[in-house]
Design a protein around this ligand. Structure first.
Ligand SMILES: Cc1cc2nc3c(=O)[nH]c(=O)nc-3n(C[C@H](O)[C@H](O)[C@H](O)COP(=O)(O)O)c2cc1C
Length: 197
């Protein structure tokens, strides 16, 4: 059973990078599909091309990659043994497409398959502020059983760096994918620590 990771063109490529790294660190079979827009954001935000990262990931036997225009890829079919899928980050275009069953590329099709097969689907949307369309699309998805997981910092944990926030969000994703039962202790609110209040 593998986890499908869709990467789309919203800000937050570092979240995708760390999510895939964490899945591979856990020796989980990981199938990645990345939209064309995500490649642009990747280069802008991470200072390297998506293809450079791909070359590194491809050294791992648990990793597989499918091009966004490859509608014949195995993850486009319900017969592919996916345990769950996460789209991280999820652009508002992709949120709208998945909410309305429009499959312009393989990220959308793989998510649509996840929905029809009643598999766990986790979306990590990134946009601010949100308009009514965005909110209604996310409500539609939530009503279909999708986990909508905005990459919000846990301010009460007093993050010291972007890395702290990224590690927290990735931990949240692991729980949402049902790979962990709960967050690690470092990310739990501790009511005994009065100075946080
Ligand atoms: C540098 C950059 C940052 C972007 N950030 C966001 C974002 O945070 N949220 C969003 O919904 N769209 C964002 N966009 C716009 C999307 O990339 C665009 O809507 C695209 O059509 C999404 O396509 P996709 O869903 O196939 O990846 C950004 C685009 C660029 C170039």
């Amino acid at each position: 059973m593998s986890i499908v990771v869709g990467i789309t063109g919203a800000s937050g490529s570092v979240l995708a990078l760390n999510t895939v790294d964490e899945l591979l660190r856990r020796n989980i079979a990981t199938a990645v599909v990345c939209s064309n827009s995500a490649r642009l954001v990747w280069q802008d935000e991470l200072g390297t091309t998506f293809n450079n990262t791909l070359v590194e990931w491809q050294e791992n036997p648990n990793f597989s990659f499918y091009p966004a225009n490859d509608m014949r890829a195995p993850i486009a079919s319900g017969t592919y043994p996916a345990k769950a899928m996460v789209v991280v980050p999820a652009s508002m275009n992709t949120i709208a497409s998945i909410a309305h069953g429009i499959t312009s590329h393989l990220v959308h099709r793989a998510a649509d398959v996840c929905l029809k097969e009643r598999r766990r689907l986790v979306l990590v949307p990134r946009e601010t502020p949100l308009n009514s369309n965005h909110l209604e699309n996310m409500l539609t998805l939530s009503r279909m059983g999708v986990v909508v997981l905005p990459p919000e910092p846990a301010f009460y944990l007093k993050p010291q760096s972007v890395d702290d926030i990224v590690r927290f969000v990735v931990s949240r994703i692991m729980v949402a994918l049902d790979l962990d039962e709960s967050l690690p202790e470092e990310f739990r609110y501790d009511e005994k620590e009065d100075d946080r209040l």
